[in-house]
Design a protein around this ligand. Structure first.
Ligand code: SAM
Length: 248
């Protein structure tokens, strides 16, 4: 399905001033300025109800750190969902090291929808009850722990935005990138012809497009086999991967 209104990311965070940050620059920034996508960063603290504007409390059962409160976060999600031009059926994500790993196929799927609502955790994480009550899908950007979900959310948004129609110069550039067709990308070269005694492979300057394509394919396969045997195995097991682009 193609959505007519621009793809929109709504981010719930304790640090809304971190946005757009790097998303306001380069390809994503130009596309944001020209209305190809929209970004809304909302302060979770605006949904606090006590005079100290508290958003966290100590973990039930003891232990270090603090936990984001279910009632405050649920109110923040409800307020974000309760806007007149709210996109229908948008994914509700929680950035979390425990989540489903973010892959290019998840990115393609998210970029093809209306755009997600993204909750950024802080402290020790968020109260489990709000995850269940608001059906948040946990998404991880890798097997390491960040101090907060904001940079993880930016990674996810940046990966989606570059696939939106009109954002990349040539749509075809997405089709040949790493993970398209389950492979890592072939090596790239540009001028000068000689660099510290190393030449550009002769085939790339031959002008023979069929040979160039065959060379690139072989390089991509060899790299994938060596560096990412998991991807190579998935490709050869016939697992279907979505194409690396979204429809305009
Ligand atoms: N106590 C949590 C645990 O061990 O799983 C880690 C909490 S972390 C310090 C605080 C927040 O950073 C998380 O709630 C999450 O929003 C974000 N975060 C940290 N690592 C992340 C990752 N790898 N992917 C996505 N979000 C992450």
């Amino acid at each position: 399905m193609t959505y007519l209104s621009p793809w929109r990311a709504t981010v719930l965070t304790l640090f809304p001033e971190m946005f757009p940050g790097p998303l306001g620059m380069s390809l994503a920034g130009k596309a944001l300025a020209s209305g190809l996508w929209a970004l809304e960063a909302r302060d979770i603290r605006d949904s606090a109800t006590d005079r100290h504007r508290s958003v966290d409390d100590t973990p039930a059962g003891g232990g270090p750190g603090m936990v984001l409160r279910a009632d405050v976060l649920a109110a923040a999600i409800d307020a974000a969902e309760n806007v007149p031009d709210r996109p229908e059926n948008r994914p509700r994500l929680l950035m979390s090291p425990r989540g489903r790993p973010l892959t290019q196929s998840c990115v393609v799927e998210l970029a093809g929808g209306p755009g997600p609502l993204i909750v950024c955790g802080r402290f020790e994480g968020v109260d489990q009850r709000v995850i269940a009550a608001r059906a948040l899908e946990e998404v991880s950007i890798g097997d390491y722990v960040l101090s907060g979900g904001e940079i993880a959310a930016m990674v996810l948004i940046e990966a989606c935005v570059r696939l939106l129609p009109g954002v990349m110069g040539k749509p075809v550039s997405g089709e040949e990138e790493s993970f398209a067709d389950g492979l890592l990308e072939y090596p790239q070269y540009t001028r000068p012809q000689e660099f510290e005694g190393l030449s550009i492979p002769e085939i790339l300057t031959s002008g023979d497009h069929a040979r160039v394509a065959a060379w690139r394919r072989a390089e991509a396969e060899a790299l994938t086999q060596t560096r990412r045997p998991d991807l190579w195995a998935a490709k050869n097991s016939g697992q279907k991967l979505p194409k690396n682009t979204t429809k305009g």
